[in-house]
Design a protein around this ligand. Sequence first.
Ligand code: TMP
Ligand code: ASP
Length: 237
Amino acid sequence: MGGKLLYEGKAKKIFETPHPYEVEVYFKDDATAFNGAKKGQITSKGILNNAISSLFFELLESNGVKSHYLKRIDERSMLVKKLKIIQIEVVVRNVAAGSLSQRLGWAEGKILPSPVVEFYYKSDELGDPLINDYHVAALGLATPEELAFLAAQSLKINSILLKHLLDRKVKLVDFKLEYGKSDEEILLGDEISPDTCRFWDSETNLKLDKDRFRRDLGEVEEAYQEIHDRLAGGPKV
Ligand code: TMP
Ligand code: ASP
């Protein structure tokens, strides 16, 4: 669309649009892990994540979850409402993996008796540390009511995604969400993609997400494509 670049992150760029309350999100092929320590590119990742995120935002919208998403503009871009981002990353987990397995010594793949919600302070400088509701209050990141909403909304999103994915033979292991304010209303923001979720094949536990990049497992693009195809149920993009 050619608007001014407002912000460039590790995986996305944000551009101005003619409308002051809307911005364009452009999905890059760049991939990073371990707080930027590992860098690379995943061919077509931007195209696939834009398509996958759009499908998820549309699914959530149809289930009453409001997000910043307005529409897909083209292969790599979507139009979204401009948000004032809340500096909290909300992680929901159904199965032990990643940092939870490390922290509690739980084997990857252990099914959690009930979903676990975690909060992380969104700070590249500090490496996104795990925080609790007391830290959120002390840091002034959100009110107790807002934090309760973030947790409840994230659990609702978990229920919707869990079922939708299981119907497509994908186990939703865990995922990360970000929220922001638009006119004091809290909306879901950022993206929902194999960059921000752990997806395992429900029968084989084959990893179909960014862990293939983080852990050098190979066939990274193929995994993203597989998730796209199972969600879209149509021909490859
Ligand atoms: P973790 O096990 O490394 O804490 O990751 C939990 C989930 O959050 C996983 O689905 C990947 C996602 N995630 C992000 O989206 N961004 C990040 O920076 C990290 C560390 C994890
Ligand atoms: N996105 C984070 C980073 O670049 C970490 C991750 O996804 O593993 O460092």
